[in-house]
Design a binder for this molecule. Structure first.
Ligand SMILES: Nc1ncnc2c1ncn2[C@@H]1O[C@H](COP(=O)(O)OP(=O)(O)O)[C@@H](O)[C@H]1O
Ligand SMILES: [Mg+2]
Length: 381
């Protein structure tokens, strides 16, 4: 097993010299850690992973595996195994031959190959399929074989590039758990690329959020969710996405947030006041997660009387209910407040009809405030 360290790793593809695919990534992956790179398509995840694997050259910066600089070490000598989205199995070989192939190439003794193949097959529950060809397997079984080919090599580091993207939703969830279990069993260092924030949140010890070739934040899943570094991370992590509205913080006692175009005014609760003190008179973006918004009939706030978890009383804004999505265990409510569409995530409850007036209650103690100039989140909280 191994530690993987990236220092200012940068990539400019020779055929598009104007475009920086990856801007100086600094990342220190601990021995046995599971790190996920996540971000929208084209943000540089695969490029970063392929530079770690040695499949792409590194334009600038240094890459270390344990304490060995490996910038110029050939992929096969990095002791890394990579699993791709396309299974890339040899169609004419049996599962056993597919699993054994890389070891044969390295002239591994036969007894050792047999032992490793059996072990990988048992670990993945494919020992019953060893004599089938890939064509005779389901998608999930093929992906297990692809995982098995990485496992038999007993590499120091596992790299995964969107390995589950070809599977249907149900199978994806199942394989996600298998990969988590595999990590717990092998305790190997794993670096995993996905565009799916749920996969990132559920698998990663730590997550690297990327956008346009830049690292936005490196943190644990819960830190990313509760303490996003900037607007991008706040909007990317969480589904449904965080609500954003722009406005001005006005001085006074108490401070107020006056939303753009006079849509509504919110009194800033004491718990948030400290963080916005230096921003009075400035345009900011306020962010609040759907679960921190509740919905009441227009008549009044009676519904919230029993809310004991809310430190400050919720801040109310008149709204129009647009759409209700009932998922069974919870309801997503979309409502318009002035120029803004707000999503609320509430527990099952009777709700007014679309088009009717409602009152939205914001638990502003849980709100985030972002500096309009650079998108950074304001205050520590
Ligand atoms: N072989 C290549 N040649 C030139 N540009 C590339 C190549 N591969 C990727 N890119 C560009 O590099 C950027 C990052 O791509 P990639 O790492 O594949 O993103 P992701 O995996 O996050 O979707 C994109 O702008 C993409 O167009
Ligand atoms: Mg990719």
């Amino acid at each position: 097993m191994a530690r993987v360290r990236l220092e200012g790793i940068r990539k400019i593809y020779p055929d598009s010299p104007q475009h920086v695919a990856v801007h100086g990534v600094d990342l220190d992956v601990a021995d046995g850690e599971f790190v996920v790179l996540v971000g929208p398509s084209g943000c540089g995840k695969s490029t970063t992973l392929r530079m770690i694997a040695g499949l792409e050259s590194i334009s600038a910066g240094s890459l270390f595996i344990d304490d060995r600089a490996v910038n110029d070490v050939a992929p096969k000598d990095r002791d890394i195994a990579m699993v791709f989205q396309s299974y890339a199995l040899y169609p004419h070989m049996t599962v056993r031959q597919n699993l054994a192939f890389a070891l044969k190439l390295r002239s591994t003794p036969k007894a050792d190959i047999d032992r490793r193949v059996e072990l990988a097959a048992t670990t993945l529950g494919i020992e019953g399929f060893l004599d089938r060809t890939p064509r005779q397997l389901s998608g999930g079984q093929r992906q297990r074989v692809a995982l098995g080919r990485a496992i038999v090599r007993e590499p120091k580091v596992f790299l995964f590039d969107e390995p589950l993207s070809n599977l249907d939703a149900q199978l994806r969830v199942q394989m996600r758990r298998e990969i988590a279990r595999l990590h717990q069993e092998l305790r190997a260092t794993m670096i995993y690329v996905t565009h799916d924030q749920v996969e990132a949140m559920t698998l990663g010890d730590r997550i690297v959020v990327m956008n346009k070739g830049h690292v936005q934040q490196i943190d644990t899943p819960m830190r990313l969710y509760d303490h996003p570094a900037n607007l991008f991370v706040a909007g990317f992590i969480g589904s449904p996405a965080m609500n954003f509205f722009t406005g001005i913080i006005t001085a006074g006692d108490p401070f107020e947030f006056r939303a753009s175009e006079g849509a509504f005014t919110l009194r800033i609760p004491a718990s948030l006041a400290e963080r916005v003190r230096d921003l009075t008179g400035q345009v900011v973006t306020m962010g609040i997660r759907p679960e921190d918004v509740s919905v009441a009939p227009a008549a009044g706030p009676a519904l919230f009387a029993g809310e004991s978890t809310i430190v400050d009383p919720p801040v109310l804004a008149p709204a129009r209910l647009d759409i209700v999505e009932a998922l069974g265990n919870e309801i997503f409510v979309y409502a318009t407040v002035g120029a803004f569409t707000i999503t609320a995530r509430v527990s099952p409850q009777p709700l007014p009809l679309p088009g009717e007036a409602v009152t939205l209650a914001f638990d502003l103690a849980k709100a985030h405030v972002f500096d309009q100039k650079d998108g950074h989140r304001v205050g520590k909280g």
